[in-house]
Design a protein around this ligand. Structure first.
Ligand code: CBF
Length: 807
């Protein structure tokens, strides 16, 4: 489509849809009109992609994830369709700003953080690499809460993202399936002497899929993200007459559980898990049956990926359908199940490895419980005699009245991977060591990646322009080519152009900060950014302690030779995570104190931006000079904001944790500020029980002074929160070694301060970060999943224009 044709279509569609002309239409009406032209256009490719997979009998992967976090899709779809510039110009000629239309799109936030965002990066990359892979999840009516600050406290508001409809999705009633919950199940011989389950009582709900096209990058491939929504089947209407009864059903896909790192031990969450697992697996098997192949080969056509433990019931549901519904013998069904399933672990935090109590599982999905019990019984039988004797007891699925979902996922799949080298090693050596002993070949690493086109070409257009002018645009489709920039590390023109682009982004962010927070910040200052979920192990508190120290230093000596710094935070705390909310309050109050203290000559500012989400990340990241990746070594599985910030030329201050280690390997020690305990040192403390944080507090005058500020009124209005924070650090012995790493962190920060003042050197470091970021593209990550785990291949080009990007 060219500009002229688009403009004609646009006006025609606007008239048909809204009976309006451009000059009378609102931004929402214009946005919806544009969206409908786009979906109509890519729908042909969508159908064709599906047909190609079917005709070519392609093996397909299904990525089951309880969270997806795509953010806004308008511009990313335009970019992937190859339309971005053409549409921008055409709209402009009609007096419409694309940015204003993008503003009205809700940020699709069906996830909490890294886990869900990774799933969406994968969707983008899977389609862009021409790989046959689909998403399967839940269409929550309310996304992750909207965060507001009231008197410095986090307040959560509902995210009614569907209020104005969602232009990207299609409700597919014809693909609905029924999901059965509750009641009793017993086994009875059928006419052929086979044991079949008989269901009593219980209730059935309808799962209706809403499909969203996942548009590949300029390759005419469109995959599917299928999100399930609950409905009451017409034939069951009579059963659900009261509002309470209906509410009970509707709640199933109403809200996203607002936490991705604590055990979500509630019946609703378990029901949600079974709901999307059962619906997804049923629809996959229905498709497979239409292909007409025997079940013996199902693993050659289907791969199911269990993203974290939430969809682990896929193992049992697949068994249920093969054994109960299709009549396969147990052993045969089991062999196939293990070959079809694979699992990614995303955390070493014990509390996030889900466990469900037997009574609850029996109540929610009794047949699934029976199947898990049988898997567990057979596992124990099979492992009889394995040494050491207690290994089986430690690895079995059902222990002490609880069902261990990670154990189910590992035992029931052929692959378990971690998400960064260190994390995968820790899984093997510590967290899942017992399983590694049993199944050494199942364990592997797949370091995370990011959808680089979104985080550069969309989010940072000024940098993109410099890169395109300097190295051409092959990196647009093959992010690895960004390394061509290495040739320009001594080129002052390029260094200056990149620095100018950064400055432009900082000016824009400064304007935004002024608009939403009323805080004046100078784009000449260092923009130092920590953006991620608020969690004690991520140590936003360490960042704050250092800021307070700097503040005291400046109070003592206002002429201290430090380059002005703006510390920017973005973080949501899970609503029930009291401690995290106290840290938010403390940061906000410290901001009030420091930002209003004229005596420090504007050398220090704190900006805590509300409602951190994908869209806000797209504003902040291009403007960042410094990237804070300061979790306690061993605790952050990978991190992905570290990769986004690096790609945008920020310099990382980091512990040797998660993917920071690989970033260090990529850029070299001299282009990153590493500090703090290593994972080995942390584990040594755990073994020797010899950490004493109170000693540090009493003996180190700097720590003493900084911590006292939290309880002596220096930071105002945090009497309760300040005490809670102090107690966590002293009384409860500082679980995440904040005080132990404090001095090293201050030194690392000082090295950043010095490095920044050597402008040329800083620009070079920044360039080296950009140039070395290509390896963290999720294109590369999904290719490794495709090859090593799912065994899927790029679709064979249907015609010369279609197919995998040739990179
Ligand atoms: O692997 C993706 C991300 O997942 C988490 O957010 C998670 O929810 N477990 C981890 O905390 C991140 O380290 C990781 O990058």
């Amino acid at each position: 489509m060219d500009k002229k044709e688009f403009k004609q279509q646009f006006k025609k569609r606007l008239a048909e849809k809204f009976a309006m002309e451009v000059k009378d239409a609102s931004a929402t009406e214009l946005y919806q009109t544009l969206g409908s032209i786009m979906t109509a256009h890519y729908s042909q490719d969508w159908r064709q992609t599906w047909q190609d997979y079917r005709d070519q009998q392609q093996k397909q992967a299904y990525y089951f994830s309880i969270e997806f976090l795509p953010g806004k899709m308008l511009k990313s779809n335009l970019l992937n369709m190859g339309w971005l510039e053409m549409i921008e110009e055409a709209l402009q000629e009609m007096g419409i700003s694309l940015d204003e239309l993008a503003e009205v799109e809700p940020d699709m936030a069906l996830g909490n953080g890294g886990l869900g965002r990774l799933a969406s990066c994968f969707m983008d990359s899977i389609a862009s690499c021409g790989l046959p892979g689909n998403g399967n999840g839940i269409r929550y009516e309310y996304g992750l809460f909207k965060q507001r600050f009231v008197d410095g406290y986090q307040v959560e508001l509902p995210d009614e993202w569907l209020q104005k409809g969602n232009i990207w999705e299609i409700r597919k009633e014809s693909k609905a399936v029924d999901v059965h919950f509750g009641g009793n199940v017993y086994l009875q011989e059928d006419a052929n002497g086979l044991l079949k389950p008989v269901y009593e009582n219980g209730y059935t709900v309808r799962a209706v899929p809403y499909d969203t096209g996942m548009v590949g990058y300029q390759n005419n491939i469109v995959n599917t993200m299928r999100l399930w929504s609950v409905e009451i089947p017409a034939e069951e209407e009579d059963r659900y007459r009261s509002i309470e009864d209906r509410r009970m059903i509707e709640d199933l896909t109403s809200v996203l559980y607002p936490d991705d790192s604590n055990e979500a031990g509630r019946k609703l969450r378990l029901s949600q898990e079974y709901f999307f697992v059962s619906a997804g697996v049923q629809s996959i098997l229905r498709y497979y049956k239409q292909l007409g192949f025997s079940y013996d080969q199902i693993n050659q056509y289907i791969a199911i990926h269990i993203n974290d433990t939430h969809p682990a019931m896929c193992v049992a549901e697949f068994m249920r359908l093969l054994v109960d519904e299709e009549g396969l013998p147990w052993e045969k069904a089991w062999n196939l199940t293990v070959k079809v399933m694979s699992y990614t672990n995303h955390t070493i935090m014990a509390e996030a490895l889900e466990k469900w109590s037997i009574p609850m599982m029996k109540e929610v999905c009794p047949r699934i419980y029976q199947i898990i019990e049988e898997i567990d019984r057979r596992f124990v039988n099979e492992m009889t005699g394995v040494q050491p004797a207690d290994l089986v007891e430690r690895t079995r699925i059902i222990q002490h009245g609880q069902i261990h979902m990670a154990h189910l996922a590992i035992i029931g799949s052929h692959s378990t991977n971690g998400v960064a080298k260190l994390h995968s090693d820790l899984l093997k050596s510590v967290v899942l060591h017992d399983f590694y002993v049993l199944y050494p070949t199942r364990f592997n690493n797949k370091t995370n990646g990011i959808a680089q086109r979104r985080w550069s070409q969309l989010a940072n257009r000024s940098m993109t322009k410099v890169l395109n002018d300097t190295i051409g645009n092959s990196w647009n489709s093959d992010p690895k080519d960004i390394r061509l920039l290495l040739n320009y590390v001594e080129d002052d023109q390029v260094l200056d152009a990149l620095a100018d682009a950064k400055h432009e982004n900082k000016v824009k962010l400064a304007e935004y900060i002024k608009r939403v927070k009323g805080i004046e910040v100078s784009p000449e200052a260092i923009f130092d950014v920590q953006i991620k979920r608020l969690h004690a192990y991520k140590r936003q508190l360490l960042n704050l302690l250092h800021i307070v120290k700097l503040y005291f230093d400046l109070k003592e000596n206002p002429n201290l030779p430090i380059h002005p710094r703006v510390f920017i935070f973005g973080a949501k705390a899970a609503p029930s995570y009291h401690y995290a909310k106290s840290v938010i309050k403390a940061i906000n109050e410290a901001a009030n104190l420091i930002n209003n203290d004229k005596s420090i000559n504007d050398k220090l500012k704190i900006v805590f931006l509300e409602n951190y989400n994908v869209t806000l990340a797209e504003r902040i990241i291009p403007a960042a000079d410094v990237s804070e990746q300061i979790s306690l070594a061993s605790k952050e599985a990978s991190g992905t904001s570290n990769m986004k910030l690096m790609l945008n030329g920020a310099v990382t201050v980091a512990t040797l944790d998660g993917a920071n280690i690989e970033i260090r390997d990529a850029v070299g020690d001299e282009n990153i500020a590493i500090f703090g305990l290593t994972e080995t040192e942390v584990y040594r403390y755990y073994q020797e029980h010899n950490y004493n944080s109170a000693e540090l507090y009493h003996n180190d005058p700097v720590i003493h002074k900084v911590l006292n500020a939290f309880v002596d009124g220096t930071i105002p209005n945090i009497a309760v929160e300040g005490q809670e924070i102090l107690d966590s650090l002293i009384k409860y012995n500082d679980e995440f070694f904040v005080l132990r790493d404090f001095a090293a962190y201050c030194d690392a920060q000082e090295s950043i301060n010095e490095a920044y003042q050597d402008r040329r050197r800083w620009k070079q470091i920044s360039l080296l970060n950009i140039a070395n970021a290509g390896r963290f593209s999720s294109d590369e990550t999904v290719k490794r999943y495709a090859e090593d785990i799912w065994q899927i291949e790029p679709v064979f080009a249907h015609n010369s224009e279609r197919g995998a990007n040739q990179h």
